[in-house]
Design a protein around this ligand. Structure first.
Ligand code: C2E
Ligand code: CA
Ligand code: CA
Length: 280
C-alpha cells in the first residue's frame, strides 16, 4: 500500500505571508477608496472618422493615491475579487452621467458617454434599476449612454439567458434605448455566433489590431473583415488606440465609422476635456 505522506502544518511560507498581508492592505485601501469616493473619472473623446466631429467620450476610472495614479488594469481585477466592482462601476456611471448633464449647458454638446461594465455588475440583477435611476436623476435620455461589454461578458449573458428570459440584461438595456458596444473586439476566445443573438450597436476593434494595421497585411485584412461584417449586420465600427495619422488614413479608407486614441487625445479629467474638446 502507498504510504500517506503527512505534510507539516506549514502552508504559508514567509513569502506567501508577505504577499497575503500586501493583498490585505490593498483590500483595505480599496474599501476605503469606495467609501470615501476617492476615484476619479477621466474622459477620452471619440470621433467620427468621416466628419472628425466629436461623437462621444469613454469614461475611464482613475485611482489617485499619494504616490501615484494606480492603473485600472491593476485595481479592477482586485476590485472584482473583493466584491467592490459594482460599487466602483456605479460611481463611474453616476459621475459620468452627472458630468454629461452638466456639459449639456455647454455650447457644443457631447452626444454620448461610454461606460465600461464588468460581468458582476451587469449580471447583478438590479443593473436595469440602477440605469433607470441614474438616467432619471440626471434627466438624460437613454440614447446618451453607451454600455461597453466585453465578448466574454456577452457570452455569459447569453448562457444565462438560456435558463431565464428575465436575466437577459443586455436586451433589457437595449429596449430601454441604451446603446451597447462590444469592447476589445477580436481578443476574446468566444465564438462569433453570439453576435447574431444580440444585435449590438457598435463593435470596438481592439487596439492590438490597430497597432499592426500599418505594417502587417494580415492585421489590415482582419480589420477590413470586421468592418465589413459590422456594417452588413447594421453595426457601427469604432477603432481603439489610433496613434498615428497613417493608421487614421488606413481606417478611413476602410470606411471605419469612429475612432479614439492618443492621436486625437489621451483620456482627460473633466476640466481638461472641457477645454480641449467642448470649447470649439
Ligand atoms: P479599455 O476599456 O480597453 O480602455 C481603453 C484603454 O486604452 C484605456 O486604458 C485608455 O487610456 C487606453 N488607450 C486609449 N487610447 C490609447 C492609445 O492610443 N494608445 C494607448 N497605448 N492606450 C490607449 P485605461 O484607462 O488604463 O483602462 C484600462 C482598462 O481598465 C480599460 O480598458 C477597461 O477594461 C478597464 N476600466 C477602466 N475604467 C473602468 C470602469 O469604470 N469599469 C470597468 N469595469 N473597467 C474599467
Ligand atoms: Ca472600454
Ligand atoms: Ca477596449
Amino acid at each position: 500500500a502507498k504510504k500517506v505522506q503527512h505534510t507539516p502544518y506549514c502552508l504559508f511560507s514567509k513569502d506567501m505571508r508577505q504577499q497575503l498581508s500586501y493583498l490585505h492592505e490593498i483590500e483595505e485601501s480599496l474599501h476605503r477608496a469606495v467609501r470615501e469616493k476617492e476615484f476619479q473619472v477621466h474622459y477620452q473623446p471619440q470621433y467620427s472618422l468621416h466628419s472628425l466631429k466629436l461623437v462621444g467620450a469613454e469614461a475611464l476610472v482613475r485611482w489617485p493615491r499619494s504616490d501615484r495614479m494606480v492603473s485600472p488594469c491593476e485595481f479592477i481585477p482586485l476590485a472584482e475579487k473583493f466584491g467592490l466592482i459594482s460599487a466602483i462601476g456605479e460611481f463611474v456611471f453616476e459621475t459620468a452621467a452627472r458630468q454629461l448633464q452638466a456639459w449639456s449647458h455647454c455650447k457644443i454638446e457631447l452626444p454620448r458617454v461610454a461606460i465600461n461594465t464588468s460581468s458582476t455588475q451587469l449580471l447583478a440583477g438590479n443593473f436595469g434599476d440602477v440605469v433607470e435611476r441614474i438616467l432619471q436623476e440626471n434627466q438624460l435620455t437613454a440614447n446618451r449612454i453607451d454600455i461597453e461589454v466585453t465578448e466574454s461578458v456577452m457570452m455569459k449573458n447569453i448562457e444565462r439567458n438560456g435558463n431565464n428570459e428575465n436575466a437577459n440584461c443586455l436586451s433589457t438595456l437595449q429596449e430601454k434605448g441604451l446603446e451597447i458596444s462590444i469592447d476589445d473586439f477580436g481578443t476574446g476566445y468566444s465564438s462569433l455566433s453570439y453576435i447574431k443573438h444580440l444585435n449590438v450597436d457598435r463593435i470596438k476593434i481592439d487596439k492590438s489590431f490597430i497597432d499592426d494595421i500599418e505594417f502587417n497585411k494580415e492585421a489590415r485584412s482582419i480589420v477590413r473583415a470586421i468592418i465589413k461584417m459590422g456594417h452588413s449586420l447594421g453595426m457601427k465600427v469604432l477603432a481603439e488606440g489610433i496613434e498615428t495619422p497613417n493608421q487614421l488614413d488606413i481606417l478611413k479608407a476602410l470606411e471605419c465609422d469612429e475612432g479614439q486614441g492618443y492621436l486625437f487625445s489621451k483620456p482627460l479629467d473633466a476640466a481638461k476635456f472641457e477645454m480641449k474638446c467642448l470649447s470649439a
